[in-house]
Write a protein that binds this ligand. Structure first.
Ligand SMILES: Nc1nc2c(ncn2[C@@H]2O[C@H](COP(=O)(O)OP(=O)(O)OP(=O)(O)O)[C@@H](O)[C@H]2O)c(=O)[nH]1
Length: 363
């Protein structure tokens, strides 16, 4: 029978057409210390100058405002007539300070707030045009120290993993030797396991051997080592590739022997974008919704957390200083009072006889 595009068997094609026409909406968050290569990777991933780098000479001035910022970059990408509205959430300022305690708070709050905004919109009678900035994947950049995860990495990843599809990446993989990189990745995997950090794992489809195999390869490569570069360079054997040139040769972005960039790109853009979107909806958003529904009445606004731990710390310090100042002033006042009463006693001893003499005179 000729396939005329009608029937249940054609549903996947129909769905493909509908989805292709409507396009997708994908939100990617990047978290990592300054200069770890976030901007470069974003530009390498999407082959465009999507994100502009920061002025690294001015980085020291960030110490003054002491907050992690949230930058939103929007772009529309098209590949093979499939449009994707891409939103990249950058988080400059993370890990830049001497005391980085709680520097994950603005990031975690942003993720929660997006779930909250979406949930509130769903509860409205008119639900057509929803603003949706729920984060579908979060790339966590690990500095290539070659040692292990830092406490800040562990604490932040723990909090991110329960809220979002967390994908850890080892940044600037070209700065480590292949051997050191393998050891570093193994150590990170061990810490992730022992600390119970939840990371995104692609689903293993039992009915599709090829994709199950692909998913397994992706999983075993976690945390993905990456090299970012938008520069075209020539390899010693004459190929033009995206990479970074060194005296010893070229570190190639798309060479699987050099790093896992291709695997990461495949996961994000080619094979698992839809899964990242649906797990965000079905797991992370549902978790948030359920947790909120258990503690709030329908339609009730969220109690805004004013107790940012960082502000709380400052408030506590101010209160202490104020109390000390008051105590000091009180002591000074008491001293002065004592002094006044010491002076007043001899004075009263002269005034009193004078008063009785006057009274006698008056009589
Ligand atoms: N060796 C090496 N250097 C890299 C790599 N990726 C980026 N860099 C360099 O690292 C520096 C910082 O890169 P950015 O992409 O601006 O880093 P960032 O994380 O966006 O930094 P902020 O914008 O300050 O948050 C630049 O000089 C890049 O050329 C990489 O994979 N390997």
């Amino acid at each position: 029978m000729a396939n005329n595009g009608i029937g249940i068997a054609n549903l996947p094609n129909q769905r493909h057409k509908i989805v292709a026409k409507a396009g997708g909406h994908f939100t990617l968050m990047v978290v990592g210390e300054s200069g770890v290569g976030k901007t470069t990777l974003i530009n390498t991933l999407f082959s465009t100058e999507l994100a502009t780098g920061k002025d690294h000479n001015k980085r020291h001035t960030k110490q003054l405002d002491k907050t992690v910022e949230i930058d939103i970059i929007k772009a529309e990408l098209e590949e093979k007539q499939f449009k994707v509205k891409l939103t990249v959430i950058d988080t400059p300022g993370f890990g830049d300070y001497v005391n980085n305690r709680d520097s994950w708070t603005p990031i975690v709050d942003f993720i929660d707030d997006q779930h909250e905004i979406y949930m509130r919109q769903e509860q409205q009678p008119e639900r057509k045009e929803k603003t949706d900035l729920r984060v579908h994947a979060c790339l966590y950049f690990i500095r290539p120290t070659g040692h292990t995860l830092k406490p800040l990495d562990i604490e932040t990843m723990k909090r991110l993993g329960t809220r979002v599809n967390l994908i850890p990446v080892v940044a600037k993989a070209d700065t480590l030797t292949q051997n050191d990189l393998a050891v570093f990745k193994q150590r990170i995997r061990e810490v992730i396991n022992t600390q119970g950090i939840r990371v995104y794992s692609p689903p293993i489809e039992t009915d599709d051997e090829a994709s199950a195999e692909h998913a397994k390869t992706l999983m075993s490569a976690m945390p993905f080592s990456i090299i970012g570069s938008t520069q075209d360079v020539q390899t010693p054997d004459g190929r033009m590739v995206k990479g970074r040139e060194y005296l010893w040769g070229v570190a190639e972005v798309e060479n699987e022997d050099h790093c896992d960039f291709k695997k990461l790109r495949s996961l994000l853009i080619r094979t698992h974008m839809l899964d990242l979107i649906s797990t965000t909806e079905e797991i992370h958003y549902e978790n948030y919704r359920q947790a909120q529904m258990e503690t709030r009445k329908f339609g009730e606004p969220k109690v805004k957390k004013l107790d940012n731990p960082k502000f709380k710390e400052e408030e506590e310090m101010l209160r202490k200083r104020f109390t000390e100042q008051v105590k000091l002033e009180e002591a000074r006042f008491r001293q002065w009072e004592q002094h006044v009463s010491d002076v007043a006693i001899p004075l009263s001893s002269t005034i009193m006889p004078l008063a009785s003499a006057l009274r006698v005179l008056a009589n």
